[in-house]
Design a protein around this ligand. Structure first.
Ligand code: PMV
Length: 366
């Protein structure tokens, strides 16, 4: 039988990191034109998950997926397993019989040498697995339902994740994102199951809006060569900050004001002032994250990220760490006419790799 082959885009955060972990706080992300692929083929009397990267430990299941009993120790597949469970619960609620299937995962989101760029492979594998199972059972999910299902799966594995990466991978393009309250979602799922949570009030202030690319600005991405652990950084920052302190309240308010400006600068009716507003907003966000790092004692902007961003600011561009920082990538918005060659030379001297990454276009309608 033919395989169902689905790819999901990677992502980069543009603004609003850390703040977006709090429900209702705005952020900006892009989907990038690097992909993770999931191939699904119907199974006969067993199901499996395998991936060239993790081929030494394929996962198999031989009971019906209703009583899905997977070996929970296979860590790399946590997101895949959580996605299967969420999608299968929805399938069961629709009265469809379970069937076995084999999943093969190929990630194009990592460096060929195996080091992670930090482009959101966990979100992409969750989104792609849900899309593949959607096609397999003919569930006909909307984009919003796919995001919601992938988000429910994600927070089983990463309880505090904002899900911005899930939204970007699902919707494509430039998006504005506000996260839902994950505790509320977990309670709602426990009470009314996956089907009961989809489209329910439990999503609260969660929002995904389509933004436009900034006209007149080039987007560039630099890679520090150092993979970072988002989980470690986020828990370090939350340990190092007092959620109810005036400093933290001020950070959230300042991040909101800054990202609100960026949303405006990326609206449909951009004018001559929009590009400057976007640049100013990105620079301000960089400073806010530096302050957050200093206050919490966590190195968000590492030395290499500082060099990367300073080289961009030196040529009149704006830049900041993308995502949790601590390594991974930095993102640059450069006005027309900026001396990009000069910036790239400074990067090269400092062993910062220019990743030629573009934006993956928006999917369908919101
Ligand atoms: O490091 P990344 O690209 O996974 O982004 C993390 C962004 C945070 O706001 C710090 C955490 C989150 O869940 O949004």
């Amino acid at each position: 039988p033919d395989a169902i082959v689905v790819r999901a885009a990677g992502k980069l955060f543009v603004a609003g990191e850390y703040a977006v972990v709090s429900p209702g706080q705005p952020s900006v992300l892009i989907a990038v034109d690097r992909y993770l692929t999931v191939s699904l083929t119907a199974g006969v009397d067993a199901g499996s998950i395998h991936s060239p990267e993790y081929s030494r430990m394929p996962v198999r299941w031989t009971r019906g997926v209703d009583g899905l009993t997977l070996d929970r120790e296979h860590h790399p597949y946590d997101y895949v397993i959580a996605a299967i469970e969420a999608a299968e619960q929805l399938r069961a609620s629709r009265g469809l019989a379970p069937r076995f299937f084999d999943l093969r995962i190929d990630s194009g989101l990592d460096d060929p040498s195996g080091r992670k760029f930090g482009l959101g492979s966990s979100a992409a594998v969750t989104v792609a697995t849900i899309a593949a199972i959607d096609a397999f059972y003919g569930l006909r999910l909307t984009l919003r339902e796919r995001y919601e299902l992938a988000m429910l799966a994600t927070i089983v594995v990463a309880p505090n994740a904002s899900g911005g990466d899930v939204a970007a991978s699902t919707y494509g393009g430039w998006i504005g994102y506000r996260s839902p309250d994950r505790d509320l979602l977990r309670r709602a799922r426990a009470e009314s199951g996956v089907a009961g949570v989809l489209g329910s009030p439990a999503w609260g202030d969660a929002e995904i809006v389509r933004l436009e690319p900034p006209s007149g600005l080039d987007l560039l991405v630099g890679w520090t060569g150092h993979p970072a652990s988002t989980e470690r950084l986020v828990s370090g920052v939350s340990r190092g900050t007092n959620a109810t302190s005036t400093d933290q309240t001020a950070f959230l308010a300042a991040s909101r004001a800054c990202v609100d400006d960026l949303w405006r600068a990326l609206s449909r009716d951009q004018d001559a002032a929009s590009a400057d507003l976007a640049l100013a907003s990105l620079r301000r966000n960089r400073r806010l994250l530096q302050e957050l790092g200093a206050r919490s004692g966590v190195t968000i902007e590492t030395d290499r990220l500082r060099i990367l961003c300073d080289a961009a600011e030196d040529i009149g561009a704006a830049a900041k760490p993308s995502g949790a920082g601590g390594g991974d990538c930095g993102i640059v918005l450069a006005p027309a006419g900026a001396d990009l060659a000069g910036m790239l030379r400074a990067w090269e001297t400092n062993d910062i790799r220019h990743l030629t990454i573009g934006v993956h276009p928006p999917e369908g309608e919101h």
